[in-house]
Design a protein around this ligand. Structure first.
Ligand code: PEP
Ligand code: MG
Length: 366
């Protein structure tokens, strides 16, 4: 499936000799990771872990966890998810064979885990062994008017710490396991939807504690890097503070575009064509990186982050990452890499090489 013609492979290899920015892939599954490897991505820049919980028994377990009222009850459910996550991460480490793997901690809009209809409600009531009206009341209590601006990302991490603790343990146990029989891995753990430094401090302290206990338990002295996904305007403004606690900052241009424009990722279609036709927007800003608006926030975040933490690794991930414009912009800012969908990796490698050879940002589109 991911086989490239030999001549294309040769061309890409040649282009890589000129390229001066890394290209990683966004991958959540072993299949995506294998595609990324086949296309010579230099690691995984974004593994969206919430995608690992929508299949099979896992969504049921996640619901059980969300509806559990006591931390101990949540931990009991998370203990059942731990080996599954450990296997997920071990598989990714194995396929990527020592290349960097950035794992983003759980970042779902919570409504994706709530039952969608009456049938779902009945099933959930059965799973939880509770009467339907009681479950219905709990679902109502968890419902949000704006789930994309609600209990997502690090907010869940701060208020329900057991989830990130389980994920950190799974990552570290997989790291220790991989180190015992292969290349040592330095996992990169990324915190989503940050808007304040304190969020990073809180999560970091807990993850450090999990790392210490996993080192003691496994006897493997692994290392790890903690980073922040910069995808709210406030995180760009406060990137200096945030970078003091982060080894890397990765700009999430999907949410950053949504929040900078005040434009829903899911509902923009209704007026987008009129806006482009009338020349209000050059193009759909979710497709073409808005270097003037969103880009200014990225520039500010990068400058502020570097000023306080000169060695901080910088990148763009999200749908824009593989585009010519995003690569040109990232090169201009001296970013370390971009991360994009695995299938965009070959074109991104070529675009990056062409930009390095020609300089500037080349043709405007792409
Ligand atoms: C982003 O917001 O740019 C991003 C990469 O994360 P997600 O699309 O999963 O919100
Ligand atoms: Mg996001």
């Amino acid at each position: 499936e991911a086989a490239l013609h030999d001549s294309v492979r040769t061309l890409l290899g040649w282009a890589d000799g000129f390229r001066d920015i890394g290209i990683r892939a966004n991958a959540d599954t072993p299949r995506d990771a294998q595609t990324a490897r086949n296309f010579a991505a230099e690691g995984i820049g974004l593994c969206r872990t919430e995608h690992m919980f929508f299949e099979g028994d896992r969504i049921g377990l996640m619901r059980e966890m969300i509806f559990a009222e006591e931390p101990d009850d949540r931990r009991a459910v998370l203990d059942r998810l731990l080996p599954l996550q450990r296997a997920d991460f071990a598989a990714l480490f194995d396929i990527m064979a020592g290349q960097p793997v950035t794992i983003r901690l759980f970042d779902p809009p919570l409504h994706e885990f709530l039952p969608a209809d009456k049938q779902g409600l009945r099933e959930l009531a059965e799973t939880l062994s509770l009467p339907v009206p009681e479950v219905s009341a709990r679902v109502e209590a968890l419902s949000e008017y704006n789930p994309m601006l609600g209990m997502r990302g690090v907010r869940l991490g701060v208020t329900v710490p057991e989830i990130y603790e389980m994920q950190a343990r799974a990552i570290f146990e997989a790291t220790a396991e991989t180190a015992r029989h292969g290349d040592p891995v330095v996992p990169e753990i990324m915190i989503p939807l940050v808007s304040a430094m304190r969020e990073v401090e809180l999560v970091k302290a807990r993850i450090d504690a999990v790392a210490a206990s996993t080192r003691a338990m496994t006897g493997v002295d692994f290392d790890y890097r903690l980073g922040v996904m910069v995808e709210t305007p406030r995180a760009c403004l406060r990137a200096g503070d945030i970078a003091e606690h982060a080894a890397f900052l990765s700009f999430g241009t999907n949410d950053l575009t949504q929040m900078t424009y005040g434009l829903s990722r899911d509902d923009a279609g209704r007026f987008m064509s009129a806006y482009v036709r009338e020349g209000v927007y050059e193009e759909d800003p979710f497709h073409l990186l808005d270097t003037e608006g969103v880009g200014e926030l990225i520039r500010m975040g990068a400058e502020r982050g570097r000023a306080r933490s000169p060695g901080v690794t910088l990148s763009i991930c999200g749908e824009h990452g593989g585009s010519r414009r995003a690569i040109a912009f990232s090169r201009e800012l001296g970013f370390d890499y971009v991360s994009c969908s695995p299938f965009r990796v070959p074109v991104a490698r070529l675009a990056a090489a062409q930009l390095a050879i020609l300089g500037g940002d080349g043709p405007a589109r792409g």
